[in-house]
Design a protein around this ligand. Structure first.
Ligand SMILES: NC(=O)C1=CN([C@@H]2O[C@H](COP(=O)(O)OP(=O)(O)OC[C@H]3O[C@@H](n4cnc5c(N)ncnc54)[C@H](OP(=O)(O)O)[C@@H]3O)[C@@H](O)[C@H]2O)[C@@H](O)CC1
Ligand SMILES: Nc1ncnc2c1ncn2[C@@H]1O[C@H](COP(=O)(O)OP(=O)(O)O)[C@@H](O)[C@H]1O
Ligand SMILES: [K+]
Length: 549
């Protein structure tokens, strides 16, 4: 979509923004940089200089983005929270820089023992006359706080007096900028180790830390942004491999996936034929929303199998789709798939099955599992699958190499409840969602998409994609149905456009979240019902797909 070709270096910076690391991986990357000759102090100076400048732009300058500051006065008094390690060192360099820019700076440094470099910076700051306090009670009232207590070196629960100092600071309703991680969060799991800083902004240094992308961290992280300090790609590659295992889904990754532009010469069947199987007399709306999600994918042909009694309403909402009315059970679920003559399940490019089916449609799920084309299972499709045995056994292996029952891609899209029904023996998905989804994909042989505030996707080879932004506006009945349709439609187009279907799963989840964000910006977080969301999918795409000069 983008007509500008980035230079190799730009390309690497784009890749850097997609990488996600654990604390251990960051340590190894850092060690390589230092071993290659970069002085530790020089790197700290560079990083903290970037942080100080960013703080000024966001909070302190004349034209600071006012949304970052709720109080009418521009901040002048800045409190700097200093921990014992290099996170504290970064904070002290920021303190010195802001002091020289004319701000009133106050340091809170409660630790008796500091790392060498941190100790030197503290000594210099004090020599300049910057006041320094050991007790939180003595720290004067500030308009802005910079949190350099702990970064990726934090490994144990916080104790008093630090824990109670953090609790007091959190209650002051003063904006807090956290350096690297909000102090108190575990770098990998995002778990709160006793207590943690509730940041307004987190400036993550160099590479995204996994913990910042875990649901349980979000209320502490505030707005997160990456401070890119030019980590050489070779060092990232040396530690993580050519293709990092955990990646953030970004605009750049999605735009090389979405099937645009279309080839000039094409026809409807070349642009994918999706079969949706959804709905019941009780849940007609789910079928409509899934259909509207699929419509937004641009899929060439859309067929929708629903119980016969739903056919008129589906036709009225989706006149372009082929609505296949099926015989129904007494309860109004699909009793049997009645596809048009000369058509079987393998005539399509992809199937998405589940929204609104009810559990009475279990023979249908059994039947679609036997198809040999890509399949998305959601909602009741997952509940029925869970009743067949957990974890899915035999596995839903793609290619059948592990003796699984499927020869093509299977995508499971559970929310946390459905996930726990499907994978009851897995580590609590709330504790470490990324590990849980990775393990689920390995066990089931499927691509598993675990829904949430930060949706995570894994395949059975251990690759993980995380959708890094979303909005709680999507926490609303029906928004998952929209995702299922959108994803099915994109997967159906994957073959023609020679794009790995797994990338389409990540692209669908990202696009869905971005459409939600745009809709929430225009209509508030209360204004994003699932139907409205379907209208914002193409609106979002057209806004960001303006041709570049
Ligand atoms: N990577 C990079 O490229 C760059 C990294 N940089 C910066 O370095 C940061 C990492 O620095 P770091 O390794 O010194 O660790 P950090 O998080 O400051 O603190 C660990 C200290 O806390 C202590 N401690 C631990 N738990 C504790 C507890 N519960 N309660 C009390 N104490 C506890 C622990 O000591 P211990 O008691 O375990 O001996 C240790 O001394 C990183 O986040 C970034 O800001 C930039 O400067 C340049 C580029
Ligand atoms: N707090 C949240 N922040 C961001 N996205 C959310 C949040 N809660 C839910 N979502 C998203 O909304 C969708 C809800 O899907 P699901 O639970 O299947 O709903 P339904 O079955 O009613 O359609 C998922 O895509 C999920 O990631
Ligand atoms: K911090």
């Amino acid at each position: 979509m983008n007509s500008q070709h980035p230079t190799p270096n730009n390309q690497q910076r784009i890749q850097i923004s997609q990488v996600v690391v654990t604390a251990q991986q960051m340590r190894e990357i850092e060690a390589r940089i230092f071993a290659a000759g970069m002085p530790v102090a020089a790197l700290m100076e560079k990083v903290a200089g970037l942080i100080a400048r960013r703080i000024q732009v966001l909070y302190l300058s004349e034209d600071a983005e006012t949304e970052n500051f709720s109080v009418s006065v521009r901040p002048h008094k800045v409190g700097i929270l200093v921990g014992p390690g290099h996170n504290g060192g970064d904070a002290l360099v920021v303190a010195r820089e802001l002091y020289f820019r004319g701000y009133a700076v106050y340091i809170y440094s409660p630790f008796a023992k500091l790392k060498e470099l941190t100790s030197q910076h503290l000594q210099y700051a004090q020599s300049l006359g910057i006041p320094c306090y050991q007790s939180i009670e003595d720290l004067p009232k500030c308009d802005l706080l910079v949190d350099g207590l702990f970064g990726f070196g934090l490994e144990r629960e916080l104790q008093d007096p630090i824990a109670s100092a953090i609790n007091q600071l959190n209650h002051k309703s003063v904006p807090i900028i956290s350096i690297d991680m909000p102090s108190g969060l575990h770098t990998d799991t995002g778990e709160v180790l006793g207590t943690a800083i509730r940041a307004s902004h987190t400036f993550c240094l160099g590479l995204w830390k996994l913990g910042l992308l875990q649901d349980q961290a979000l209320e502490y992280v505030g707005k997160a942004e990456l401070i890119d300090f030019d980590i050489p790609w070779a060092d990232v590659e040396a530690v993580l491999g050519e293709t990092p295992r955990i990646k953030r889904v970004t605009k750049d990754s999605v735009f090389s996936t979405v099937p645009l532009p279309r080839p000039a010469v094409t026809h409807k069947y070349k642009e994918g034929h999706l079969l949706l199987i959804c709905g019941s007399r009780r849940y007609a709306g789910g079928a409509i929303l899934t259909g509207l999600g699929a419509r937004a994918s641009g899929v060439g042909m859309l067929s929708i199998a629903v119980p016969e009694s739903l056919k008129p309403i589906l036709v009225s909402h989706l006149p372009e789709a082929l609505i296949v009315g099926c015989p129904e059970t007494q309860t109004g679920a699909i009793a049997q798939l009645q596809l048009p003559e000369n058509t079987d399940l393998n005539s399509f490019d992809a199937i998405a099955c589940g929204p609104g089916l009810t559990k009475d449609a279990s023979p249908i799920v059994q039947q679609v599992l036997e198809s040999t084309i890509p399949l998305v299972l959601d909602a009741d499709g997952l509940n029925i699958l869970a009743e067949m045995g957990t974890p899915p056994n035999p596995p839903l292996t793609k290619g059948g190499t592990k003796g699984g029952i499927r020869q093509a891609l299977t995508v499971l899209t559970p929310h946390t409840g459905e996930f726990q029904r499907l994978f009851p023996d897995l580590p609590d998905a709330k504790h470490n969602r990324i590990e849980a989804v990775r393990e689920a994909a390995a066990q089931s042989g499927a691509v598993v998409l675990l829904k949430g505030a930060r949706t995570a996707i894994a395949n059975s080879e251990g690759a993980v994609w995380i959708v890094p932004e979303s909005t709680p506006a999507l926490a609303r009945g029906g928004s998952g149905d929209v995702l299922t349709g959108l994803m099915g439609g994109l997967i159906a187009q994957a073959v023609t456009h020679q794009i790995p279907a797994e990338d389409m799963v990540a692209a669908a989840a990202w696009w869905h979240a971005q459409a939600g964000i745009l809709a929430a910006q225009e209509r508030t977080e209360l204004g994003v019902d699932a139907f409205t969301l379907t209208q914002y999918l193409i609106k979002f795409l057209s806004l960001i797909n303006k041709p570049l000069a």
